[in-house]
Every structure is written in structure tokens, then in C-alpha cells.
Design a protein around this ligand. Structure first.
Ligand SMILES: [Zn+2]
Length: 211
């Protein structure tokens, strides 16, 4: 329903879009999934275990549940929407991973919580995010990140200093025994995805997982 810069399936209420349109979009998504659970995402390291649908929005960057019928949502426009699951433990999770999230280890913390809940064979799907050719940073930030995460060194084909966050995150998760699947779509290059880096004021898409 969203128009203009938010056309057409913006799911975020905090980006300046018409709230009625966002509510309508969310109801369409809810009709395809289950009651939606969103987070107030702050690039932090807080993981919340969700046991029931609550009206207030939790401030966190990852959620884990074993409850059927709760659709966990992570909002993004360039960051990596990470969906995690373990079929045997009936456990699913979402995590919001950008540069800060990579550094503060939000995905590792999420996996630790899943392990506490009995998960042993965890799979991850990364949704569309900005790629290692397009995520330009300054030299100081580049050096800071690749010193700790060498796999984050992006391609120099377009810009001098770029970060490949999906590559670095994949390395971290595989090291924790997680089987990783990555989207090949770059939000910055895609004509059908929101990109904060490309457009500034824009919408958010969502990664959604539920039992
Ligand atoms: Zn790209």
C-alpha cells in the first residue's frame, strides 16, 4: 500500500511512511504467516526469548522462540536479516546484523540462547543485504573491522574500501557449527529492495520466521 519512497511493501513504522499504509502492509504479511512480532532494533546485543505475543515492541536485535504461531520479524534495508532454525528442537530465531552487530556478536549470542533451549543442529538463512562491492566505508572503519574479521574485506571493484558483512558473518556462524545459506541479492543494486545506503529515506523489508 505504501507510496513514493516507500513503495510498496514497507513494513516499518519509524521511517516516516503513512502509518495506515504500514498497518495495512503488516496485516497482509500477517495473513500469510502468523501474529507478527517486531523489535525496536538498536544495533545492540540484546537477545530476547519470546514466549507469547505481546503488544509492546521489545527493544532488541534478536528474538528466539519455541512457541508455534509467533512470526518473528527483523526489519532491514541493507543490514543482514538472519533467520535461524533447528527443526528437532522446534526453535526459531531472527537477528539483525549490520557492522555493529557483527562486532558485538549478536548472532553468536542468539545461537548460544538457542543451544540453551536444546538446539544442536542450527541452520541459517541470510536474506538480501548490501554486498561486498557496494558497502563503502572509510579507511579507518575498514581497518578496524578487517583486523578482527579478515573475511569482511570487500571487493575493490567499485570503491577503495568496502566491507563484505555476509562473508564475515558466514565465517563466524560456520565456526559455530551452523549451516549457512545466503541470498545472492544485493539490496543496494536491486531495483526491488529498500536500500538505506542508496536512498536514505526509504522503507524496510522484513525477514520472517515462525513455527
Ligand atoms: Zn552490491
Amino acid at each position: 500500500m505504501s507510496k513514493g519512497r516507500y513503495e510498496s511493501f514497507n513494513l516499518a513504522t519509524h521511517v516516516g511512511d503513512d502509518l495506515e499504509d504500514v498497518t495495512h502492509n503488516r496485516s497482509i504479511l500477517e495473513g500469510m504467516t502468523a501474529p507478527l512480532m517486531f523489535m525496536n532494533q538498536v544495533h545492540g546485543a540484546t537477545v530476547v526469548v519470546v514466549e507469547e505475543s505481546v503488544k509492546h515492541v521489545l527493544t532488541a536485535d534478536a528474538m528466539v522462540t519455541q512457541e508455534p504461531g509467533l512470526a518473528l520479524c527483523v526489519l532491514v534495508a541493507d543490514c543482514i536479516p538472519v533467520l535461524l532454525w533447528d527443526d528437532e528442537a522446534s526453535c526459531v530465531a531472527v537477528a539483525h546484523v549490520g557492522r555493529k552487530g557483527l562486532i558485538n556478536g549478536i548472532s553468536g549470542k542468539t545461537i548460544a540462547v538457542m543451544h540453551e533451549l536444546g538446539a544442536s543442529r542450527i541452520f541459517a538463512q541470510f536474506g538480501p543485504s548490501i554486498c561486498g562491492k557496494c558497502y563503502e566505508v572509510g579507511e579507518d572503519v575498514f581497518e578496524e573491522v578487517v583486523t578482527t574479521y579478515p573475511q569482511a574485506r570487500g571487493s575493490r571493484s567499485k570503491f577503495d574500501f568496502t566491507l563484505d558483512l555476509p562473508a564475515a558473518l558466514e565465517f563466524e556462524l560456520v565456526r559455530e557449527g551452523v549451516e549457512v545459506y545466503k541470498s545472492s541479492v544485493c539490496t543496494f543494486e536491486s531495483g526491488s529492495h529498500f536500500s538505506y545506503r542508496r536512498d536514505g529515506v526509504t522503507g524496510r523489508t522484513a525477514g520472517v520466521i515462525w513455527l
